[in-house]
Design a protein around this ligand. Sequence first.
Ligand SMILES: *Cc1c(COP(=O)(O)O)cnc(C)c1O
Length: 219
Amino acid sequence: MSIKENYESICNTLQDEVLLVAVTKTRTIEEIKELYELGHRDFGENRIQEMVEKAKLLPDDIRWHMIGNVQENKIKHMADFVYLVHGVDKAKRLKEIQKQALRNNRVQKVLLQVKIADEDSKFGMEINEAKEIMNSENLDKYKNVEVIGLMGMATFTDDMEQVQNEFKELNNLYKTLKSEFPQLKTLSMGMSGDYKIAIKEGSNLIRVGSAIFGERSYA
Ligand SMILES: *Cc1c(COP(=O)(O)O)cnc(C)c1O
């Protein structure tokens, strides 16, 4: 199937309230342009350097999502354009994001990445840390940072019941926090292999790469 066919068949299954972020890591500028020409504008990368390089070569009206681990020393490279930072996994990151957003005279939208997977390799903070951040006074002081939701990744497993339970856990946290902090409106969960389950469990932002562009080769 072509990029166009894959894309259109995914779009046809999505409700309006679910935002599709097309994950372009390892993809060429030509492949990204093909999707752009179809009208798509939300793209995600998991490495800051790769995103910065691609952004320079592509139109300005793309909304770039940083979905990977946010390295402190690289925040400055994306601070003038990144649309949404999904991977804030430590309270400490917010300080640097605030500093760089202020320098660029922007208000940076971010998500808190919460660890729901049963794997050491996945980034993310504990549920309690997310609660603490939302309740901390620092958040009020960070005038150039706007926390608009949560992000999470399920365990890489064929056990779909486990995946579903992990998404449920994140949605429960999201609903709890949202009742107190109505500015939260984004729940980023679900990738090519599990986005249908994620949406069932309350996701309103899915990050999809291979189901659009085909299998990735890292060669
Ligand atoms: C690569 C990646 C995705 C997309 O993965 P696919 O399985 O290709 O859809 C989603 N989220 C994050 C954080 C990623 O790194």
